[in-house]
Design a protein around this ligand. Structure first.
Ligand code: PLP
Length: 411
């Protein structure tokens, strides 16, 4: 192994090369499309990884951003922020939560949830209860706590020692969760639908059973809805489909429609220890971010909007299911609402399908478990579904004919 000293100059891009970026840059967005500088249009079924909930350049969001931008961008959380108060009040009215901490990202929202849980038990005189049961394949962001709650090598390699306090159990294994509960356990933590993990949903009955377990053992139920929340499944929060009430939820991505914003939502009881000085953020919930967050909510909460998301999701799913019947490389179609995944067999790598789709000007996102994620803006229409289906059909047909030719070729 060659040794590189920290001050040694070597060739590295000015932007730290932590991403395998496609050689593609966009100039602007129009609704569900992204457009390159030379006018090439791409149908965006990636939506900035489930962020651009209302697509690009949504007039209501642009108006809110411009309006607030000309008034006041930022003040410290040392002062009252009416836009943030309004955003929090509205989210409280439409969710299980009584209170929330506003952040700039999903990782911060998630980490706040961990702190709320630890504080809750220490506040109750049980500081020894700090362990959180987490699930294999989950993704909670790239902070030290976030990566400590996963076992994915690429995320943790070289970053140790990891933070103590996370017990990772296999996905969808209730028995493993039961076995992991001990005297130091504080909470059970799940993504109702794993995003990066490959669009892996948990059944309503599983979530209900975990809620019951939490009640039986006096544990908090913490859900990560950074990817599956904010209307993506056709309910404001994905757990609503299971009819359960969590104690803590992290949200982000769609909440700001593209403006960096996140929220850690909790019940009053769970947040009992979160008093002045216990947590903070310079930017979290600043006037600009909160104004955009309110504008996103204006649309999400319009009567019928979320039902429309569920309905569009059903139609996209039906279209994908028809592909599943025709292309054996699709092992299964899974997810909910407009958070759908094509799990592929080992005959085709998800990354290859994503690249082929990109060549046909359809943007999607690869995920673990050899899955292609379809996370379009929540405002897509039937024409977008049809266009995506054509790109998928063409890509799959072309990739399959290549595979067959290669299989048929003599050595
Ligand atoms: N939690 C989940 C479920 C996510 O999908 C993500 C990001 O993809 C995060 C947390 C981290 O969010 P961020 O990248 O905004 O920090």
């Amino acid at each position: 192994m060659s040794v590189v000293t920290a001050h040694q100059s070597s060739s590295i891009s000015p932007v730290m090369p932590t991403y395998n970026r496609a050689d593609l840059a966009f100039d602007h967005g129009e609704g569900c499309y992204l457009v390159t500088g030379d006018g090439q249009r791409y149908l965006d079924f990636a939506a900035g990884i489930a962020v651009n909930a209302l697509g690009h350049n949504h007039p209501h969001l642009v108006q809110a951003l411009k309006g607030q931008g000309e008034k006041l961008w930022h003040v410290s959380n040392l002062y009252r922020i009416p836009e943030a108060e309004r955003l929090a009040q509205r989210l409280v009215e439409h969710s299980f939560a009584d209170t929330m901490f506003l952040t700039n990202s999903g990782a911060e929202a998630w980490e706040c949830g961990v702190k709320v849980i630890r504080k809750y038990f220490s506040h109750q005189g049980q500081p020894e209860r700090f362990r959180i049961i987490c699930v294999d394949g989950a993704f909670h962001g790239r902070t030290m706590a976030g990566i400590s709650a996963t076992r994915q090598t690429k995320m943790i390699d070289g970053f140790g020692p990891l933070l103590d306090g996370f017990d990772v159990v296999p996905f969808g294994d209730l028995g493993a969760i039961v076995s992991a509960i001990g005297p130091e356990t504080a909470a059970i933590h799940l993504e109702p639908i794993q995003g990066e993990g490959g669009i892996r949903p948990l059944d309503a009955s599983f979530l209900q059973a975990v809620r019951a377990l939490c009640d039986e053992h006096g544990l908090l139920l913490y859900l990560d809805e950074v990817q599956c929340g904010m209307g993506r499944t056709g309910k404001l929060f994905a757990h609503e489909w299971a009819g359960i009430t969590p104690d803590v939820v992290s949200a982000a991505k769609g909440i700001g429609g593209g403006f960096p914003l996140g929220a850690c939502l909790t019940t009053a009881g769970a947040a009992a220890g979160m008093v002045a000085g216990s947590h903070g953020s310079t930017y979290g919930g600043n006037p600009l971010a909160s104004a955009v967050g309110n504008a996103v909510l204006d649309v999400l909460l319009e009567p019928g909007f979320l039902d429309q998301v569920a309905d569009t999701g059903d139609r996209l799913r039906a279209a994908l299911t028809s592909l599943h019947q025709r292309f054996s490389v699709i092992e299964t179609v899974r997810g909910a609402g407009l958070m759908l995944g094509l799990k592929l067999t080992d005959q085709l790598a998800a990354g290859d399908l994503v690249a082929a789709l990109r060549e046909r000007h359809l943007l999607t996102v690869p995920a673990s478990d050899n899955t292609v994620r379809l996370l379009p803006p929540l405002i897509i229409e039937q024409t977008h579904i049809d266009e995506a289906l054509t790109a998928l059909e063409d890509s799959l047909a072309s990739l399959m004919s290549t595979t067959k030719t290669m299989e048929g070729a003599s050595p």
